[in-house]
Design a protein around this ligand. Structure first.
Ligand SMILES: [Zn+2]
Length: 313
């Protein structure tokens, strides 16, 4: 019998048996290995007036990976294929998804929350990192840490900014050349580092007002401000006078085209398989599926040493 975690209300999750979903044309049944807990899961976990509960079984797990267990008619995958998949209900022991929403993974990839890793690759693609740039990454959680690595690999000088010393240590191991605590005079420090010009590219990877303001302030005239945090939780204000005067490009780096998301997952899987990127130090906490609530609370609290949780089915 399959099981799924059900978020029955704010800060409440339980594991319940669910009926096995039928396989349609082109579908596969995936035995889920695990699913990442995403920062974007937090508003629905903590509760906001606009959400309705209970959520669908397995929601809001959208960073799942596993192994194909059954293949529907016309699905171009094989039983036993390791896959990461796009789907919103992956806090479960199994899911039924279109084969077209799966990326076949190299074997022995380790824990691989594909959508999260792919998201970072697509942010990097939209950021257009290049050799010689000075890049600041504001927020060094999982997304920020992978973006730091990709900017450094592209030949940029990377400044990581975070409120947490642990996250800054991780950013250093991922290739940041400078790390700055967010509560200091970051603009002054970056001005010193860049000789006053500020950054060619700044990636905001938090999703709240103050880091957005900081990222905007760090972007040089004619540079590029890349908004990668999830600003789903209420409105933001911006200093449009400054944004406008500096004449920089502003990129909202979320992909809504599933084909692009899948390409990002594929690129991330290839990088991990090639040894160019190690996700293991970033996946700091693992929980069994029946402790989804604890995984969510860890994401809320971010204790020292926490970067990202994965829930294992
Ligand atoms: Zn996510």
């Amino acid at each position: 019998m399959p099981y799924a975690a059900v978020v029955g209300g704010p800060r409440t999750a339980s594991l319940v048996p669910v009926p096995a979903a039928p396989l349609g044309d082109g579908d596969v049944r995936v035995a889920v290995t695990g699913c990442g807990v995403c920062g974007s899961n937090l508003p629905v976990w903590e509760g906001r007036p606009w959400f309705a509960y209970p959520l669908a079984p397995g929601a809001p797990g959208h960073e799942g990976w596993g192994v194909v267990a059954e293949v529907g008619p016309g699905a171009a995958l094989s039983v036993g294929d390791p896959v990461a998949f796009l789907g919103e209900n992956a806090f479960a022991t199994e899911v039924v998804v279109p084969a077209a929403s799966c990326v076949v993974l190299p074997r022995d990839l380790g824990h691989f929350p594909g959508e999260a890793a792919g998201c970072a690759f697509n942010v990097a693609a939209r950021a257009g990192f290049a050799p010689g740039q000075t890049v600041a990454v504001v927020g060094a959680g999982f997304l920020g840490a992978v973006v730091v690595a990709l900017a450094a690999q592209a030949g940029a000088r990377v400044v990581a900014v975070s409120r947490r010393p642990f996250a800054l240590d991780v950013a250093k191991t991922m290739g940041a050349t400078e790390v700055l605590p967010i509560d200091g005079d970051v603009v002054g420090a970056v001005g010193d580092i860049t000789g006053g010009d500020l950054c060619d590219v700044v990636v905001e990877a938090v999703g709240t007002q103050a880091p957005l303001d900081l990222a905007a302030a760090l972007t040089r005239v004619g540079g590029r401000l890349v908004i990668a945090g999830f600003h789903q939780d209420g409105r933001r204000t911006i200093d449009l006078g400054m944004w406008n005067w500096r004449g920089y490009d502003v990129v909202n780096a979320h992909e809504r085209d599933p084909a692009v998301s899948l390409a990002g997952i594929r690129a991330a899987a290839d990088a991990v398989a090639a040894g160019a990127l190690d996700l293991a130090p970033l996946l700091t906490h693992t929980y069994p599926l029946d402790r989804l609530g604890d995984a969510m609370e860890a994401m809320v609290e971010r204790p020292d040493g926490f970067l990202k949780a994965v829930v294992l089915a």
